[in-house]
Ligand binder design. Sequence first.
Ligand code: ATP
Length: 354
Amino acid sequence: MAQIRIENVRKEFGAFTAVQSSSFTIEDGEFFMLLGPSGCGKTTTLRMMAGLELPTSGEIYIDGEEVGQKPASQRDIAFVFQMFALYPHMNVRRNISYPLISQGMPRAEVRRRVQEIARILGIEDILDRPVGGLSGGDRQRVALGRAIVREPKAFFMDEPLGALDAEFREHMSAELRALHDRIGATTVYVTHDQLEAMQMGDKIVVMNHGVVEQFGVPQDIYDWPATKFVAQFIGSPCMNFLDFQGAVAPGQGSVALSGTDCAMPFLREGSRGDLTFGVRPEHITLDDSAPYKGRVAATEYLGTTQIVSFDTPNGPVKARVASHMPVRTGQTIGLRFDPRTVTVFDANSGRALL
Ligand code: ATP
């Protein structure tokens, strides 16, 4: 197991900066997600931690030892690729045991370890089958087996489930998380799928354009997004944004939103200027006595809940409410925002004002 710390790590490819100066710590035994849209620099960050890419500047520590300029072979880690690279001419047992045999481990010990891994992964009955004819899921398990059999300090996984169909992907992600909980090794996992990150991760780093936007536990990232980008990227439908000109006078702690007074005691006193008011769809209640009104533009039935789209004086707003609530297109309804669940952003920088 291992603690991994990156400090002011930066990566340039020629004139292009793929990762801006980034710092965060992955604690021993954590399942850690690197999340962001395509091209944001998450794979490059992972490859630098694994030693497959060298940082242009900054330091990478594994268990306190600075390894930034060391190759992968000297870092005692295992990398699981998306296109699980197996040796097609070997059977499952040979594929899994290969890393141990090439280290010169005694045969009896190799046999014991392979058997143990096969039991954990539930693939004991296919050990003697050639990998060529296996299903995607079994191939993925064999690739995992080959990665964990060396008992490395940490695992690095780059969209390992990306090639699987949706149903199987969900099954494998639960299996991966359960496997992690059994063996407890630090795992760093790249994904662009916010749901996968929220479901699997102990902690998440959200990246955009080579910049770490936020770092924390899933619930904090969901409830208290540090930037508008994070608020938009996490959650479906995403957070609503309402732009307005506001000012919070010292000692007053409330702002006006198109005629509505919303007390926001957490807002930093003296905040002023162009503000964006962020509220999640599930934190809006429909209440005819609320002074802030919206006109129903559409409804989307989702079983236990429905998404109601409103036109409001500040633009479109979506609310998630119980599906039994009667709502008609064209109807005007009062919307109530619970100020304790509202995030206020500086409209220009996109940063949360907390
Ligand atoms: P994806 O999910 O699409 O892989 P990502 O977030 O993992 O995206 P990276 O693969 O880290 O992103 O790439 C970040 C940026 O750096 C991209 O614009 C990519 O084109 C660029 N890049 C990555 N590797 C190289 C390289 N070897 N040479 C030049 N540019 C590169």
